[in-house]
Design a protein around this ligand. Structure first.
Ligand code: IVH
Length: 680
């Protein structure tokens, strides 16, 4: 390799890795597996070793990826007292033995290791002042992090106030926030029902949850957190294992062991040498699929703190620790056939039907094939023996073909040319990997998908799922979002499984949706590439639907948040006559097509914290909005800071009890109204 070749390859790799870092740390939606990412990192490390002149300060080998958003989300940012590093990693036992030899070379003194499970979540750094939780910073870019303390407080194991103990007056502790599989599945199921995009794996879900703006929502998700590191010499100790015991004795969650199938298993093991560490690693490679949460390996740390100090660190990671990573599990199976799914935007996704095979404890029958390019790249043929992998993702991926087992006349996969649902000729735009069905107005899965999206919780928040939408569509009553507002009780009573009460509930939730703020309406329109956050941004930037509609592609891209693809998608949306009709009809129904004036109506509830529980005559969203319009704030759980518990019909007994214990004032909807009216 010449210097020039190395230079251009390094530049390409850096760009590619920067893109993957953004997708992993900021978007929480990676497109490649950790293993594929690590291969790219290996390559750039190798090039920089051969040509040290190419090692620049901004190389991904010199700094960890950053979770800081380009856009401000409103979290306070603080500098880390001690930089938050990442870990070197390896997939091979030989390299681990070399790691051991390197350390041995540097010291005459005896030393040992501590092995810990490498929890696959997102890093967090807590600071306690006088035993009280003061900050919770994400890794950020390693030097500066976002303070997500409100969300961290929504994790029940994390003490807000440590009981009296011999901890330092001020200290920092590092840990990992994870989402156990059960909670992850629950979250994705509800997202699926709401037609929201699914999290690819528990790590992304955990990281995404920490950046939510609504702590009450975070509390619902069931995150957990375990601590594994006390940086620098904040307390006097000689061993890392001692530090972990201390942290646990102060009341912080440290995962020393876990019960699997009735048997207690050690999850933090003190090892006398690398042999013992390898035994721990091999043990957990067998057992890891029985854990209730995801791990991606084992962290091996030098136990002696003095030796840790002597070894020091590189710009990116400590020299005294490394991660042994487990490769994602693979299985071999036959490709039987390919189906094509049509999404709400008309996008076509090929899905492989496989001969059922056991993988990471579940039977896999289907795998995503992504798009035509991916099929061509892997050169997959029908009847091929393929490798499937499940790297913590929900939908397994086909990662390779064992061509030696290919039957002689295995036919190539002829990607469909017409929509499997409506028969339209598919289109594929330049630069887009996906094919689309252009028949937006008549293709049934697109119509139903759009209605479901419009009704989803983060959009208009209208009750009902797929079964209801299918009935409404098949009876010819609802073709687009605005048709929902024309439904009558008589019609609803004729639907399967609909009684007086369910009909009334649906009509109430449709009526309530008229007060959904403009940003949610905009999200609900289903413009391609306009997610929840983008919709919020566009709503506040343009203020009203006409302004967005009239903005040229150039004006749109002038906003720092809007790229060319998004701008084109917005223009295309408004250019469709059917969308014009939809917007007109929605406006006529009285739906919010402009941002509500920011001005508060009154200060009657200024700085009052209110917890809401139970049902009211208006929706919970409407109650929340009402409180905010009068200067109040709503939070998820009663605490000492809470001013009122607003209790409606069927208020949660747990919340009522907690409120009583805290001696909070419990008020009714009428009392809330009089508080508001008296304050004016
Ligand atoms: S120690 C300076 N121990 O893995 C050393 N990290 O890939 C700090 N992680 O940033 C890390 N489990 O977020 C350590 N038992 C464990 C861990 C662990 C998970 C995460 C952590 C770290 C990342 C590095």
């Amino acid at each position: 390799m010449t210097f020039q070749q190395a230079q251009s390859r390094a530049a390409r790799l850096r760009e590619e890795i920067a893109g993957h870092n953004r997708r992993y740390y900021v978007d929480n939606a990676p497109v490649i597996s950790d293993f594929e990412y690590d291969i790219l990192m290996q390559e750039i490390m190798y090039i920089e070793q051969m040509f040290p002149d190419l090692r620049s300060a901004d190389s991904p080998t010199q700094k960890p990826g950053s979770d800081l958003d380009a856009k401000e989300r409103g979290f306070a940012r603080y500098a880390h007292k001690y930089p938050m590093l990442s870990l070197s990693n390896t997939y091979s036992e030989e390299e681990l033995i070399e790691f051991d030899q390197r350390i041995r070379k540097g010291t005459e003194l005896p030393f040992g290791y501590v092995c810990e499970l490498k929890l696959d979540g997102t890093a967090i750094c807590l600071s306690y002042e006088q035993g009280r939780l003061a900050k919770a910073l994400t890794r950020g870019d390693g030097s500066i992090g976002d303070d997500v303390v409100q969300n961290i407080l929504a994790i029940k194991e994390i003490p807000k106030q440590l009981p009296a103990g011999n901890y330092p007056p001020s200290f920092e502790v590092r840990g990992e926030v994870i989402l156990p599989f059960e909670a992850f599945d629950r979250l994705n199921q509800s997202r699926q029902q709401n037609e929201e995009s699914l999290f690819a794996n528990p790590r992304n879900a955990a990281a995404g949850s920490l950046k939510l703006l609504d702590s009450a929502e975070v509390a619902q998700r069931g995150l957990q957190c375990y601590f594994h590191h006390l940086p620098e010499a904040q307390v006097t100790a000689t061993l890392h294992s001692e530090l972990l015991r201390m942290a646990a004795s102060w009341g912080l969650p440290v995962l020393h062991s876990i019960t699997i199938d009735g048997k207690q298993e050690t999850t933090i093991q003190v090892c006398r040498n690398m042999e013992e560490a390898l035994a721990f690693i091999r043990h957990w490679n067998k057992k890891r699929t029985s854990l209730p949460f995801a791990i991606d390996g084992v962290v091996v740390k030098v136990n002696e703190l003095a030796l840790q100090l002597a070894l020091g660190m590189t710009a990116k990671s400590p020299r005294w620790a490394t991660a042994f990573k487990y490769k994602a599990e693979q299985a071999e199976t036959r490709l039987l056939s390919v189906d094509y799914q049509v999404g709400r935007t008309g996008s076509i996704t090929p899905v492989a039907n496989l001969s059922p095979v056991l993988l990471s404890g579940t039977v896999v029958k289907r795998a995503s094939l992504h798009n035509a390019d991916q099929i061509a790249l892997l050169d997959i043929r029908l009847s091929d023996t393929v490798l499937v992998e499940k790297g913590g993702e929900i939908i397994p991926k086909i990662t390779g073909v064992l061509t030696q087992f290919r039957p002689l006349e295995a036919p190539p996969i002829a990607f469909i040319t017409h929509c499997p649902q409506c028969g339209s000729l598919l289109v594929k735009e330049e630069q887009e990997a996906k094919s689309f069905c252009p028949n937006i107005w008549e293709c049934p899965p697109q119509i139903m998908g759009r209605i479901l999206h419009f009704m989803s919780r983060k959009a208009m928040n209208i009750l009902g799922g797929e079964a209801l939408v299918e009935q409404l569509f098949k009876r010819g009553w609802v073709h687009k979002g605005s048709d929902l507002y024309k439904l009558t009780k008589e019609q609803l009573l004729g639907l399967d499984n609909f009684g007086e009460k369910s009909a009334q509930n649906l009509l109430t939730s449709i009526a309530d949706s008229l007060s959904a703020p403009f940003s949610r309406v905009l999200f609900g329109l289903g413009i391609r590439h306009v997610g929840e956050a983008t919709a919020k941004y566009l709503a506040s930037r343009f203020g009203a639907i006409e302004a967005l509609e009239q903005a040229s592609e150039k004006e749109l891209t002038e906003s720092p948040e809007v790229g060319e693809v998004l701008a084109r998608s917005i223009r295309n949306f408004f250019a469709q006559p059917v969308n014009q009709i939809l917007i007109q009809e929605l406006t006529d129904c009285g739906i919010q097509m402009r941002e509500a004036p920011r001005n508060r109506i009154s200060d009657a509830l200024l700085n009052k914290q209110i917890v809401i529980s139970g049902n009211f005559s208006i929706s919970r969203e409407a109650i929340k909005e009402l409180i905010e319009q009068h200067g109040g704030k709503t939070t998820g759980q009663p605490s000492a800071q809470t001013d009122y518990l607003l209790a409606g019909a069927k208020a949660g007994p747990a919340k009522l009890q907690k409120a009583a214990k805290l001696q909070l004032k419990i008020i009714s909807q009428e009392e809330l109204n009089s508080l508001i009216n008296n304050g004016q």
